[in-house]
Design a protein around this ligand. Structure first.
Ligand SMILES: [Cu+2]
Length: 314
């Protein structure tokens, strides 16, 4: 009787120890896995909160102050154009747009060069970045077709150069938008492409436009000349709001307004955005009543797209 009971007691002790050991291992392993899940959940939540907060910060800053963000993520205000600089003249406030040449051949890519000169004819060499660029060059035909938005490179001696290709004969306007010594200018030059030129009629006023398969809608209250107007654009793809807008020139959209028939260039700045809803808002000043052509540019993974609109300012 004695030997089997001793064996049983021994086995029971071993089994009990094994059970305690297994239990403590499984407990500690389940503890560590649950705590690591907890930590992951906390990290994820904190991360998305940060993103939400930063989005809100940008949104509110855009809406309340009309500021835009440069490539480094810092906020800076947009400078209004100096008086008389609406792109219709070659000179404004003492500065002149001096192009190397003004006659181009249709369809032939040309290295077009220009300088900005002061009253003594000296070229300006110091420019300040605005919307990430030293110069924005808008080129458009006199009938407001063939819109191009280019960024000439500044070389030595204050010479800007850009590859320019004008698609068909006619008269074109090149408007340089730049900032120097804290003042922002828009001055222009007329370019001529010899050949048989016909003008296209301006498309009728419309609240929607197509751009490379994207549908763009504009919403605005009755816009009055001489006061700031709010223009809100919504971009859709296949009937759904485009939620994949990419930054373009330090904002989520770029808007240029040109007046018919003198191609006066208006000051426009981004004011708000809602990327989830594919919405971009702008503040625009239309100094005179008339018909304007708006060119909204936005960027997606497939590139930069341009949506043109005709609007009437009362
Ligand atoms: Cu530009």
């Amino acid at each position: 009787m004695k030997p089997p009971s001793a064996l049983l007691i021994g086995l029971a002790i071993v089994a009990a120890l094994a059970l305690i050991g297994w239990f403590s291992i499984s407990q500690s392993s389940s503890k560590s896995s649950s705590s690591s899940i907890g930590a992951m959940t906390m990290t994820t939540t904190a991360g998305s909160q940060n993103e939400d907060m930063s989005t809100m910060d940008h949104g509110s800053a855009h809406t309340t102050t009309g500021m835009t963000m440069d490539e480094t993520g810092s906020m800076k205000g947009m400078i209004p154009l100096v008086a008389g600089a609406d792109g219709t003249k070659a000179s404004a406030a003492g500065l002149t747009l001096a192009p190397a040449h003004t006659t181009l051949t249709a369809r032939r890519p040309t290295r077009w060069q220009l300088r900005i000169t002061d009253k003594t004819g000296m070229a300006i060499t110091d420019f300040e970045r605005d919307q990430t660029k030293l110069m924005h060059l808008i080129v458009v035909r006199s009938d407001l077709t063939g819109y191009q938005h280019l960024h000439p490179m500044l070389g030595s001696g204050g010479v800007f150069s850009v590859e320019l290709r004008l698609p068909k004969p006619g008269s074109y306007r090149a408007i340089a938008d730049f900032t120097t010594s804290g003042k922002r200018y828009a001055i222009g030059a007329s370019l001529d492409v010899p050949g048989m030129a016909t003008e296209s009629p301006l498309p009728a006023e419309a609240m929607s436009a197509e751009a490379d398969g994207y549908s763009v809608m504009v919403v605005h209250k009755s816009v009055m000349a001489g006061s700031e107007a709010q223009l809100d654009f919504t971009i859709e793809k296949d009937g759904k709001p485009l939620s994949a807008l990419l930054p373009y020139l330090g904002a989520y959209g770029h808007l240029v307004a040109l007046r018919k028939p003198n191609l006066a260039y208006s000051h426009v700045h981004p004011t708000s955005e809602n990327r989830a809803k594919g919405m971009i808002g702008f503040g625009a000043e239309f100094p005179r009543s008339g018909t304007y052509r708006l060119f909204l540019q936005f960027r997606t993974s497939s590139g930069v797209h341009t949506a043109p609109f005709t609007i009437r300012i009362g």
